[in-house]
Write a protein that binds this ligand. Structure first.
Ligand code: GDP
Ligand code: MN
Length: 380
C-alpha cells in the first residue's frame, strides 16, 4: 500500500518524527481556511502517488490567502504523470539551510535492512544516485540486532551532514527505523529531510509503502487501504473475489492457481505476445467464477484474444469445461478464446468443450501451442 504524502506524514508523526503542521483538503476554500489557521507563509502541495511533484508545478509557496487561492485552484485537478490531483496538503512553510535524503528498505540479497542517507537530497536525488553514488552513505542493519544509536551516529558522520544537524539526524533516523520495522513498511523515504536555519532537522516530504499483508496487526491501516488509488479493472476483479493484476498488453489471461497464472504470463511473453493481465481464478473454476473472470477481461478494450489455461487438480476438468461453456453463454465476448485444459479429468473436460469449438472458442493440447495460437490471433 502506497501512502499519500499527508498520510505518510501522519504515519511519521505517530513515531515522533517531526513534520510541519498542516491539513489535507479537497477545495480551494478549505485550503484558504487551513492556511488562515496555521499561519503564512504556507506550502500548497499536490497529493499524488508519484514523485517529481515539485518539478511538475505541484508544490507552491504562498504568502497570503490570494496566493493560496491561485495555487490551490491551479493544482487541484492538475495532471501529474497521469495522476489527477484531487487532494492538496497545505502546511506551514519551512526555511531551509540544507536538504538531505534518508530512507530504509529491504535488501533481499543481503537479508538485511538497507538505510540510505545523503547530504545531497532534494529533487535531484536520482541524478546524485547515478552520477555521484559515493554521496549516498549506506548502512545494512541486521533485523535481529536493530539500529543502535552508535551505528546511527557513525552513519550520520559518514554522510557528511552539517555538524549542527547531527543530533537531530541521529534521533530521526532511529525513529525512522522504528517506523519502518514496527510499522511493517516496505519503504520509508524522507526527501528532503531538511536542516533549518534555527538548527532543527525535520521531514519535509514522506514516501511510505506499507506491507499490505501486515494489516491484521494494524487495524488502523484500513484508512490507508480505503484511499488506495486502484486500477479500475483491479477494483472490479477484487470485488468479484478474483486475484487480478492489470498489465498493459493485449492477451487476456485466465489460469487456475497463481503459479500457473504467472507461467502463463511468462509463456505469452516468450512466444512474442503481451499479456493484458494476470488473473488467478483459484480453485473454484465454476461457471460463476469463469463468467466473472471473462467479464473483467472483456471490459478491457485492449484485449484482443483470451487464453484460458487450466490444469485440473482438485478442480476437475469437466467442472471447468462446464464453467467455460455456461460462462460463454452469459458473457458477451467478441474476441477469440483459446483453451488449454490438462490435469485431472482432462479428457472428460475436452469432450464437453468439443461440440462448442468454433472460431470463437479453440482448444490446443499444450500450453506452448495454446500460447502461440492466442498470440497469433491477437495479432491477426
Ligand atoms: P517532490 O517534488 O514530489 O519530491 O515534493 P517535495 O515535497 O519533496 O518538494 C519538492 C521541493 O520543494 C523540496 O525539495 C523543496 O526544495 C521545496 N519545498 C517543499 N516544501 C518547502 C517549504 O516548506 N519551504 C521551502 N523553502 N521549500 C519547500
Ligand atoms: Mn520529495
Amino acid at each position: 500500500m502506497d501512502l499519500f504524502e499527508y498520510q505518510g506524514k501522519q504515519f511519521f508523526a505517530s513515531f515522533g518524527i517531526p513534520v510541519s503542521d498542516g491539513d489535507a483538503v479537497t477545495t480551494v476554500d478549505d485550503a484558504v481556511a487551513v492556511a488562515d489557521r496555521i499561519g503564512y507563509p504556507v506550502v500548497v502541495k499536490a497529493q499524488v502517488q508519484v514523485g517529481g511533484r515539485g518539478k511538475a508545478g505541484g508544490i507552491k509557496l504562498a504568502d497570503n490567502a490570494d496566493e493560496v487561492r491561485t495555487h490551490a485552484g491551479n493544482i487541484l485537478g492538475m495532471d501529474i504523470k497521469g495522476h489527477t490531483v484531487e487532494i492538496i496538503w497545505v502546511e506551514v512553510a519551512s526555511d531551509i539551510t540544507e536538504e538531505y535524503y534518508a530512507s530504509f528498505t529491504l535488501d533481499r540479497s543481503a537479508k538485511k535492512h538497507l538505510g540510505m542517507l545523503s547530504a545531497e537530497g532534494g529533487v535531484e536525488i536520482e541524478t546524485v544516485a547515478e552520477e555521484n553514488p559515493d554521496a549516498i552513505a549506506k548502512i545494512w542493519v541486521d533485523p535481529v540486532d536493530g539500529l543502535t544509536e552508535a551505528q546511527a551516529r557513525e552513519w550520520v558522520a559518514a554522510a557528511n551532514l552539517n555538524p549542527g544537524a547531527t543530533e537531530g539526524a541521529v534521533d530521526i533516523l532511529q525513529k525512522l527505523y522504528t517506523a519502518y520495522t514496527d510499522g511493517d513498511a516496505d519503504l520509508v523515504e524522507i526527501n528532503p529531510l531538511i536542516f533549518t536555519p534555527d538548527g532543527r532537522v525535520h521531514a519535509l516530504d514522506a514516501k511510505v509503502t506499507l506491507d499490505g499483508n501486515s494489516t491484521f496487526r494494524h487495524p488502523d491501516y484500513e484508512q490507508y487501504d480505503s484511499s488506495q488509488v486502484r486500477d479500475e479493472r483491479e477494483t472490479e476483479a477484487h470485488a468479484k473475489g478474483l486475484q487480478y493484476v492489470g498489465l498493459d498488453g493485449y492477451v487476456g489471461v485466465i489460469a487456475n492457481g497463481a503459479g500457473l497464472a504467472m507461467s502463463t504470463v511468462d509463456i505469452v511473453n516468450q512466444v512474442g505476445g503481451k499479456p493484458a493481465n494476470f488473473l488467478d481464478i483459484g480453485g473454484g473454476a465454476n461457471a460463476d467464477v469463469m463468467a466473472g473472470a471473462l467479464e473483467v477481461i472483456t471490459n478491457d478494450p485492449n484485449v484482443k484474444s483470451i487464453f484460458i489455461n487450466i490444469f485440473g487438480g482438485i478442480t476437475k476438468g469437466e467442472e471447468v469445461a462446464n464453467g467455460i461453456v455456461t460462462a460463454m453463454g452469459r458473457v458477451d465476448i467478441d474476441v477469440p478464446i483459446v483453451v488449454r485444459l490438462d490435469g485431472t479429468n482432462a479428457d472428460e473436460g475436452r469432450a464437453i468443450l468439443e461440440p462448442h469449438l468454433s472460431d470463437a472458442l479453440m482448444m490446443e493440447p499444450t500450453m506452448v501451442a495454446a500460447a502461440e495460437k492466442v498470440v497469433a490471433l491477437a495479432k491477426s
